[in-house]
Design a protein around this ligand. Structure first.
Ligand SMILES: Nc1ncnc2c1ncn2[C@@H]1O[C@H](COP(=O)(O)OP(=O)(O)OP(=O)(O)O)[C@@H](O)[C@H]1O
Length: 612
């Protein structure tokens, strides 16, 4: 049994919100018990927290508070996933085709089965069993996933999960993108896992028509909490639960409701269109037999009496809380966040934001050319520093810039982490002094020169500060703004027939690939944790897995490039001459003048620091 107690998952600390304590959790105080041998369906409107719930149960994201345990064993051992639990479950992501990477489907299976330490025969038997279960042809095993359709890839991804024979199957939107004729195979696989293996299944889906008839229990999620924990029959008897959770009604319930509005009350609780049809036929037979029975109880109302009070009180409490949160959020949303959301949106009013917030918003809305200029001025000033107090002054200026940029500290510091490690190692090596015996390579004494070490730290700190400023510039300027800024700065070159627009467009496309690359690394990290069952931090890859993923990473980036090229071609994109883009110029404001003057003054201060 999985026991989830008071589980809370916070939002990753990457919000621009200046008042971070007010950032709401993704999931709050989740309590439930999931039994083996049952299928639980998790439903909810988009963004209600279903995938986060599933990922948390799979141990892919750390929980902030509360606990998750499998058969009495905690999912987490401090900051690491408990080894005794990690093979108990297998998760299929929302876009399962993205969890494939190997050069052949057979190797996909090997990757999933490798951590289990099985014999060759057992591996082959499991691969064949899973392929047969989903009616997948054997020829696929030798093929690359690139040659398969998205639906086929999804089935393969499910087959690799089934082959590991986990006690728990965690499926996120398993019917998405699968053709209707394949859905019975999926349902058979779920049923087989439940009955034959006495396994548990938790599935997240919007597809109520497919799953309501086969699941034992439904968890209705609403705004990061479980709003109702009911059986499918209870849910269909109380469609208002779905309405309040802003979920579309399943076809059978919709039909029952429409007929009820027309004065025809169907007996029983049809869960599928087939059952609805049967209920209608029964009703007609009863009517024609002249036995229109008054007693055809309105189960909707009957069951409402038992479970509705708790659900109604839940929704009313959530909507009160959410109204309050919304108003809190509106007031606490920092101007910086607003600016990030609406790239060139109207400036927020003075009443809406604090003075600091307004300053942060102004910094974010600076003209990219001003930012470039400011960066060049300050970097030049930093570069000439060779005294500690000069570097100290430069560090203070950099910290103020970091604060005013409104960018999350983690986003800024993450890329400089390797450089910090490099500074530490370099400092240590440069401070090391070795004394050798005369005419020998044998070391007589090992010492440490603080002066040499400090000299190295000083020189490298200069580069660290310049790097930090560069990161600030990148994270506060969108790709399109950067492109337009570059075009404006170099537009005069067009008179010499230099295709500036083509260069800036290529540069902006390249910049677009940086986040894509990080997203790909994040995806691979998720695969190594979910399928490779390895202990790696979110967004990291094990060194021993690097060679396995290098080729798929390159191929996937090439695929992104190809898709982008197709999209541009399909939309008829042509690089225009900048002169024709002049209407699109970014305007300069007073704040740009003020920033440039500040940059010049700061440069002067840094020069004075250096002269002292
Ligand atoms: N890495 C993240 N950083 C910030 N917010 C996140 C992150 N992951 C999820 N969220 C937020 O958490 C909320 C719940 O997301 P989740 O993906 O769990 O929703 P969902 O119910 O599965 O939605 P859907 O049906 O669209 O898949 C959303 O508001 C989403 O923006």
């Amino acid at each position: 049994m999985i026991i989830i107690e008071q589980m809370t998952i916070g939002r990753p600390n990457n919000s621009n919100n200046s008042n971070r304590s007010e950032v709401k959790n993704i999931l709050t105080n989740i309590n439930c018990r999931l039994q083996k041998g049952t299928v639980t369906l998790v439903i909810g409107q988009t963004g209600s927290g279903k995938s986060t719930f599933l990922n948390a149960v799979a141990g892919l994201i750390p929980i902030q508070a509360g606990s998750v345990s499998y058969d009495g064993q905690s999912l987490w051992n401090g900051k690491r996933m408990n080894n005794a639990v990690k093979f108990k479950m297998s998760i299929l992501f929302q876009y399962p085709e993205r969890q494939l990477f190997a050069e052949s489907i057979r190797k996909e299976f090997y990757y999933s089965l490798r951590p289990l330490g099985l014999s060759r025969q057992e591996i082959t038997a499991r691969i064949n069993e899973a392929m047969n279960q989903l009616k997948l042809p054997e020829e696929f095993l030798a093929q690359s996933f690139f040659t398969l359709s998205d639906g086929q890839k999804r089935k393969i991804a499910l087959a690799t999960s089934l082959a590991t024979k986990p006690e728990w199957l965690l499926l996120d939107e398993p019917t998405a993108g699968i053709d209707p004729s394949s859905i019975p195979h999926l349902l058979e696989a779920i049923d087989y896992h439940k009955r034959i293996h006495n396994g548990g299944i938790v599935l997240v889906s919007h597809d109520l028509d497919t799953f309501l008839p086969v699941v034992d229990r439904v968890l209705v999620m609403y705004k990061g909490a479980i709003a109702a924990d009911v059986t499918p029959k209870e849910l269909c008897d109380n469609p208002s639960i779905l309405v309040q959770a802003q979920i579309g009604l399943p076809t059978s319930v919709e039909l029952t409701t429409i007929m009820h509005e027309q004065g025809i009350t169907l007996s029983g609780t049809p869960l599928t269109p087939d059952e609805s049809a049967d209920a209608i036929i029964r009703q007609i037979q009863q009517l024609t037999a002249g036995t229109a029975h008054e007693e055809s109880s309105n189960s909707l109302q009957l069951n409402s009496a038992t479970i509705m009070p708790t659900v109604v009180s839940y929704f009313s409490s959530v909507s009160h809380a959410s109204m309050k949160d919304n108003s809190d959020e509106n007031t606490s949303t920092s101007a910086a966040e607003e600016a990030a959301l609406h790239d060139e949106a109207a400036e927020p009013s003075a009443e809406q934001v604090s003075a600091t917030g307004a300053l942060i918003a102004a910094v974010q809305q600076l003209h990219p050319i001003t930012k470039w200029l400011f960066y060049l001025l300050i970097s030049s000033g930093i570069l000439i520093q060779d005294q500690w107090y000069g570097i100290g002054a430069a560090a203070i200026i950099t910290c103020i810039c970091m604060y005013l940029s409104g960018a999350p500290t983690r986003t800024i510091l993450k890329p400089v982490k390797p450089f910090l490690i490099f500074i530490l190692i370099s400092t240590f090596i440069s401070g090391l002094t070795l004394t050798f015996y005369p005419n020998s390579i044998k070391v007589a004494a090992v010492g440490f020169s603080i002066i040499s070490a400090a000299q190295t730290t000083k020189q490298l700190s200069v580069f660290l500060l310049i790097m930090l400023l560069g990161i600030l510039f990148a994270v506060t300027t969108s790709g399109s703004k950067m492109q337009r800024g570059l075009e404006q700065a170099f537009s005069f070159l067009e008179y010499f027939r230099i295709p500036v627009a083509a260069f800036t467009f290529s540069a902006s496309l390249l910049l677009k690939f940086v986040p894509t690359l990080f997203a790909e690394i994040e995806r691979i990290s998720l695969i190594t944790r979910a399928r490779g069952k390895s202990h790696v931090k979110q967004g990291s890859i094990r060194v021993r897995d690097a060679h396995v993923f290098m080729i798929p990473l390159i191929l996937s980036m090439m695929k992104h490039a190809e898709d982008l090229a197709f999209a541009l071609e399909a939309r008829g994109y042509r690089v225009k001459r900048i002169s024709r883009l002049s209407y699109n110029r970014l305007p300069f404001h007073l704040r740009d003048l003020f920033t440039t003057v500040t940059g010049v003054l700061l440069l002067a201060i840094l020069i004075i620091c250096d002269l002292k």
